[in-house]
Design a protein around this ligand. Structure first.
Ligand code: RB5
Length: 151
């Protein structure tokens, strides 16, 4: 059982509701950080809320949904400690857990169908990090959090 934080912009509200039901059915605890209407909002605000919760250790994983998933993934990866992958296929859902130990999943509700999104989410939640040779690569990603412009 994991604690999962989830949020969407106006483009991902319907998908978010379906994924919450799925995540609960899998036995995880899920907290909905909005949005819950189709009124336009700014995806970085929601990426920040969920990513901060995960980075601070309040939640083990986060899921972010916008129209393409691109904006959410870009924003989430600005937060130190977050490894967010935009995923549109089941192979990548598994690989990004095995190899990248991603702690945030981004989905594009206008790109990926709901049944595929459910499969991606289930595989991503249930796959463990392989560790070993991937550890030094993740350490190198973490080092990049300290790289400034021109350095
Ligand atoms: C909102 O119109 C749209 O830009 C957003 O959902 C997302 O696709 C951004 O990457």
């Amino acid at each position: 059982m994991m604690k999962i934080a989830i949020a969407a912009d106006h483009g991902g509200v319907e998908m978010k509701a379906e994924l919450i039901a799925l995540i609960e059915s899998l036995g995880h605890e899920v907290t909905d950080f909005g949005t819950n209407t189709t009124q336009a909002v700014d995806y970085p605000d929601y990426a920040k809320i969920v990513s901060m919760q995960v980075a601070q250790g309040e939640y083990e994983r986060g899921i972010l949904i916008c129209g393409t998933g691109i904006g959410m993934s870009i924003a989430a990866n600005k937060i130190a400690g977050i490894r967010c992958a935009l995923v549109g296929d089941v192979f990548s859902a598994k690989a990004t857990r095995l190899h990248n130990d991603t702690n945030v999943l981004a989905l594009g509700a206008r790109v990926t169908g709901i049944e595929l999104a459910k499969m991606i989410t289930e595989v991503w939640l249930q796959t463990s990090f392989e560790g070993e040779r991937h550890l030094k690569r993740l350490a190198k990603i973490t080092e990049l959090e300290h790289v400034c412009k021109g350095e």
